[in-house]
Ligand binder design. Sequence first.
Ligand code: SF4
Length: 189
Amino acid sequence: MDENQEKIIEELKDLAIENEASNVALIKIDDIRFSSEFRDICETKTCGAYGTNWMCPPYIGDIHKLMLKAQSFKDGLIIQTIDHLEDSFDIQGMLNAGKTINNLARKLKNSHIIKKLGEIMVLGSGACGYCKKCSVLNNASCPFPNMAVSSIEAYGIDASSLAKAGNLNYINGQNTVTYYSLILFNQRK
Ligand code: SF4
């Protein structure tokens, strides 16, 4: 990585930590596992977002093409949030944690620092969630493309392999919820 990129990465790490990230780690995209099975999970509609958000399946696009797009990058910066829950039934706590990771992903995506990194892609966790009701449900285009964030799951990325690649714990104890964001980029020599 050239000196300039190293400095940018350090600034992004600081920005993430200042904005509720618990851990950050650099990884190689080759070290993470991709699988189209994650699309099958989306299609079961367990999280309720399938077909209700531009950034989720089926609208986000064919998973094989998305996996290839992600694999066109060589490097990644993982951002991990660990949030505490009142108990394992704390649904509101889980929803808040989902908002935290995607708000953080948006902040990083729109930071002036990241623009100096070259071509990038920023992913979050779960549905975009920026608008109360995604415009896809009104058959209208997304009015906030800079705020729209897709997920690691939609791109077929196995979050447990992300954690392993970054030497992070995938889960972090009783009554906690752990989420991931990923900045994909290419190191300059
Ligand atoms: S920013 Fe709003 S309209 Fe755009 S994808 Fe996200 S929720 Fe949907």
